[in-house]
Design a binder for this molecule. Structure first.
Ligand code: HEM
Length: 422
């Protein structure tokens, strides 16, 4: 499905990132790291009036102060948006204490290291099938041998590869069919790329997702299966059944949080390798050993350097962040990706070091809302990188085409044109 970016985007481009930031500006997608670095040289937090009054912290100190303070910052509004945007509960990410704990405890066991490790063999097999499809399409493609690709077969490592793996992973866990994957990708696009600017799109896409998941709850109530949808259908907290509204919220969150986040991280890692042949050669040299430490340090450095997820909070108590006063009713970003580039937190943060030994990045967040799916995300990333490099140890970016990056809450390459035999 094709979508047009809004015509008003061009007219509203940001010229002053310190006093008028906008995470929906196209420059956020392509230049976010430079933007955060330049703001950080001037102050710890930027301001905008575009969403009502909203702040954008760029230091580890500010980001961690917000994420760890659930008294003054509420997650009920978990994304900075237009003040009149409708918000529906998607626990635990939209829950504050004391409710948060019960919702999180209900879902946590399904994401334990042991449960996720059990998925490895199936996910690897699925990923190998994707690679086979990429090869088959490349050899059929009329573009193989064209002037633009200098004789090498081409592929889109986002559309044909990274965008599929996390959909498959979370669909398997929830218990929804892979054949609905296009529907899920469409929801994600509308939810993260269009809805922030357009409340009508938000209402429409939310209604479609809710109808799908209410129906799923009905199906599992009638016929239980061994999956997360059934666990959620039967959910109780402290012996009391959870309301259907909240059950749908869990499902909606797991689907949205489980897909775009990880495909952006996988895509960023592949884009990095496509543009950094030295790092690709180092991984290719250890391709026979998927347990080599370099796969692990590479995955963690991708998470630090290209962290895809920025969250939001609503200020509920007047307070200050790094000396800057904020008042109840205002909004703040929780700019985890910007904190990952703070020179006070990391040695040479501007350098992508494939073997960075100490890497206490905050890509998965901090505090009580720290990512529930981090084990799954790491497994999917590790398999995706390893299988791709094994198949295409010399791939490179096809510079005859442009890569565009998504902006807003989840940042990653939307397309990754590559030459399979760079
Ligand atoms: C590279 C991939 C991922 C990144 C970078 C990421 C990042 C994050 C971040 C930053 C948070 C904190 C939210 C906040 O403070 O408001 C979070 C929470 C969460 N993530 Fe992830 N995530 C990823 C993958 C996943 C996956 C695969 C799932 C599986 C469904 C998932 C499920 C969740 C859930 C349920 C929460 C809410 C936890 C809570 O509120 O207690 N995430 N994630």
């Amino acid at each position: 499905m094709a979508y047009e970016e809004s015509d008003t985007v061009e007219a509203n481009r940001v010229t002053d990132w310190v006093n008028d930031w906008d995470w929906l500006d196209p420059a956020w997608g392509s230049n976010a790291i430079e933007i955060w670095n330049s703001v950080r040289e001037q102050c710890p937090m930027a301001l905008t009036e575009r969403y009502g009054r909203a702040f954008m912290p760029v230091t580890m100190e500010a980001v961690s102060a917000i994420a760890n303070d659930t008294v003054n910052f509420s997650s009920i509004f978990v994304s900075v948006a237009q003040p009149d945007a409708i918000r529906r509960p998607a626990p635990p990410i939209t829950s504050d204490p004391p409710d948060h704990h019960g919702h999180r405890r209900l879902l946590l066991p399904s994401f334990s290291p042991r449960r996720i490790a059990e998925m490895e063999a199936e996910l690897r097999e699925y990923t190998q099938q994707l690679i086979a499809q990429v090869r088959a399409k490349a050899s059929d493609s009329p573009s193989a041998g064209s002037a633009g690709s200098a004789g090498s077969a081409t592929a889109d490592a986002a559309a044909q590869y990274s965008q599929h793996i996390p959909v498959h992973g979370i669909a398997q866990m929830i218990g929804v069919p892979d054949s609905d994957a296009d529907l899920f990708r469409d929801w994600i696009y509308r939810n993260f790329q269009l809805a922030p600017r357009d409340n009508k799109v938000r209402e429409q896409v939310t209604a479609e997702m809710r109808a799908y998941f209410f129906d799923l709850l009905d199906k599992r109530a009638a016929e239980p299966q061994d999956d997360l949808a059934t666990l959620i259908t039967n959910a109780e907290i402290n012996g009391e059944p959870v309301a259907d509204e909240l059950k749908v919220g869990y499902l909606l969150l797991l689907l949205l949080a489980g897909i775009d986040t990880t495909w952006s991280a996988i895509g960023s890692g592949l884009w990095h390798l496509a543009t950094n042949p030295g790092d690709l050669a180092r991984l290719a040299a250890v391709v026979d050993d998927p347990d080599d430490m370099l796969w692990l340090t590479f995955t963690e450095e991708v998470l630090r350097y290209y962290a895809p997820v920025t969250m939001g909070r609503k200020v509920i108590g007047d307070t200050e962040i790094q000396g800057c006063p904020v008042r109840a009713g205002e909004q703040v970003l929780v700019t985890f990706p910007a904190a990952n580039h703070d020179p006070l937190a990391f040695e040479d943060p501007h350098e992508f070091r494939i073997d960075r030994a100490e890497n206490r990045h905050v890509a998965f967040g901090l505090g009580i809302h720290r990512c529930l799916g981090s084990n799954l995300a790491r497994l999917e990333m590790h398999i995706a990188f390893h299988e791709w490099v094994r198949a295409f140890p010399n791939f490179a970016l096809d510079t005859s085409e442009e890569t565009t990056w998504t902006n807003g809450q989840i940042r990653g390459p939307r397309n990754i044109p590559v030459l399979l035999e760079g």
